[in-house]
Design a protein around this ligand. Sequence first.
Ligand SMILES: NC(=O)c1ccc[n+]([C@@H]2O[C@H](COP(=O)([O-])OP(=O)(O)OC[C@H]3O[C@@H](n4cnc5c(N)ncnc54)[C@H](OP(=O)(O)O)[C@@H]3O)[C@@H](O)[C@H]2O)c1
Length: 837
Amino acid sequence: QADINRYKEILHALADLYCQGYDLAWRQLYGEEKPNRLHLPGYPFAKESYWSSDSGSPFVSMGCERENFVLHPLLHQNTSDFSEQRFSSRFTGEEFFLKDHVVKGQRILPGVAYLEMARAAVQQAAGRSGQENVGIQMKHVVWARPMMAGEEAVQVHIGLFPDENGEIAYEIYSHLDESLEETVVHSQGTIILRPACEVQSLPIEQIRNQCSREMLSSSQCYEQLRKMGLEYGPGHQGIETLYIGDNQVLAKLQLPAFLLDTQDQFILHPSIMDSALQASMGLMIGSGSLKPALPFALQELEILEACTLSMWAAVRYSPGSKGEDKVQKLDIELCNEQGTVCVRMKGFSARILEGKIDSESKEKLGMLLYQPGWKEKRIDSAVPVSPISQHVVILCEPDQAIEDSIAMNMNGARCITLQTKGESIAVRFQGYADEIFEEIQAILKEKTNSKALIQIVIFSKEQVPFSGLSGLLKTAHLENTKLIGQIIEVELKDNAQTIREKLLENSHQPFDSHIRYQDGKRWVAEWKEIKTTQDTVKIPWKDQRVYLITGGSGGLGLIFARDIARQARSATLILTGRSALTQGMQTKWQDIEALGARVEYRQVDVTDQQAVNRLVESIQEEFGGLHGILHCAGVIRDNFILKKTQEEMQEVLSPKVLGLVNLDQATKDIKLDFFILFSSIAGSLGNAGQADYAAANAFMDAYAEYRNDLAAQQQRQGKMLSMNWPLWQDGGMGVDEATEEMMMRSMGMIGLQTANGIQALYQSTGIGKNQVMIMEGKVDQLRMLLEQDHSKENDKHSSVNAVAGDKIINQDLYQNLFNEIAAGTLSEEEFSTLMKM
Ligand SMILES: NC(=O)c1ccc[n+]([C@@H]2O[C@H](COP(=O)([O-])OP(=O)(O)OC[C@H]3O[C@@H](n4cnc5c(N)ncnc54)[C@H](OP(=O)(O)O)[C@@H]3O)[C@@H](O)[C@H]2O)c1
């Protein structure tokens, strides 16, 4: 018996080891006599239901159609396929977060619902349990367009796009029509799953004492919000009391009683979260500007704990932002009763709703014209100083004494002097661009993420064209945010000591990319919208005049040649290019000749000074004068800085830099009616892959200011205008359908229509500015992108992103574009077409 027991014990132990995966030598157990295998009955699958019964459904109060089958109240089904990790939801409009969230008469999905939707989607996809939300971070959230509930149920999808760094980009979108062809993106952002941060607390009592200026009850708050057109139903009336202080507010929040059973369904409960955003109204009361607004962007959100039934929301301006700003940035912290921070939002901004809310299809399309301007801006000592590991100061043709003193006394900075004597400004610019390009390339090749600051100092008005080097700096920053660039124009009266002080103070304001000191004041470049009227339209073309169009056989050259022929009788048009004249080219302008214009083609390379001189002389001799120039010659050689060669760069710079100066020199004594430069948005904003093209166009922009100054001193005649064109629908560097669709989706921009481009030129010549930037698309969205003042940002990413007003659009555009690439919705071809901007 003892043996049998021992045998069974060993057998059990062996069985256990076998189950654990050990490979056992069974032969030793049985010896020579092998036992037979036995078939045992299979396991019967018990058909038992584990669904909760109807009566206890947690989603009954949600008003969802599919209440028993949804993954989450905001995330109904997993509809992923091989092309996309996707979740879809169908909202009837009766859910509390829609029914009780009415803005200007429309039921709108609250911005906070997208945050919870994205969080829940990532939680599902990552196979996390509800308790594992701690440590979720969201960044670069943009609410592009509101989603409205109409009479019929609306379907919304969320796509997740993980990248190799572990970040998950998301896009929340719906389809405009049944064919599913047109997509409307409502919100997008990025989620990072990371270890939980340390728990932090806020001194609630202390903050409440600081917020003693005014106290509003719940009903007072919602009455105030109602007057602003924001109708919150019971499900979104979470503010119990609002305490208002100077530049900060504190709100006591309470989940409405009828939603208590929904608390466990959400981590970022829409009712509580939305009430926290509503609390920011307290700041508006303080600043006296009460206007309805919808969420627009959020730099960062951290989830430390789930929202609780009763919470505190502390709202204040983000560092550097203030009540008077056009776009205010807020930091909002949600704490539980004990003051422990559960959710932290940084850099939240909202867009003011001026008219009634429009759905995507009805959004107003139009054209916007912007001009560069200067805004007086003192050094903002509130901006936190971010550490810079490399500081390079580049002096443009300084006096020897200033050079020596700055080089010796700029502690920690490397000084480079740009000094080429006796050459034309174009040759010097192209040479300097080469030097700086090499410098930038070397910095970008260093495999560190620490920041580098390049400051280029310009000393006099004559050096203004050198500010075109900003095109290199802006592009470098777009290609790698670790590089920050500044153009600093100092005053003639400045000595080495004051210049050093200016360099130092600006190194603490890296958000300002172009600074000008004038009349003892500090000015920062910004974009100002031009309000045009019919009165400002001026057709520059006149009858029987002689016009030179460089690059005239290209797309835009021919568009304008045709327009001149239409508007002016018997015009003579001299088109130039490097190519020899062909039959094919001639057929392209037959219709122009048919309109009554005389078209002549000259094979001239604008970079050849002698050839340009000969061309100008011969035009005057042959046609009796020259009255206007459209400088359209240009080439692109797109490549990121790390890959770009100096040969490519010189090729791109030459027609716009050398070519322009050659033309200007050759015509300096001629009484021109106009001299129009075909520049690009890339010149004003930089463009990834186009450092050379951006610098070439920025040189032309700056040259227009320089030459108009000469004209004011009677050294030139006629106005020079630099047009920063966007991509045109037609024309040589035009846009295809797929790119246009992508431009619209990601930035609300469309290819410039020919008629509008011509109109824009008429308006720009009419107002007589040096430089005009043009964009066509959804005006509200474009305005928002361009006018949002990012100069106050201080977070790690955005502080280096947003260097000045003119940079803003780029950052947002690029963020969108890169999201598109990550999402696979933007092909490399589309991206390179966009780079041609
Ligand atoms: N189309 C757009 O969407 C757009 C947008 C923004 C800015 N722009 C700017 O507008 C201008 C015209 O654009 P586009 O679309 O008409 O371009 P395009 O069709 O490529 O025409 C450019 C023309 O420039 C000529 N060219 C290049 N280098 C030259 C040189 N060294 N000397 C003389 N001619 C030269 C080329 O002819 P050869 O090869 O025969 O020399 C070509 O015909 C460009 O400068 C571009 O930067 C265009």
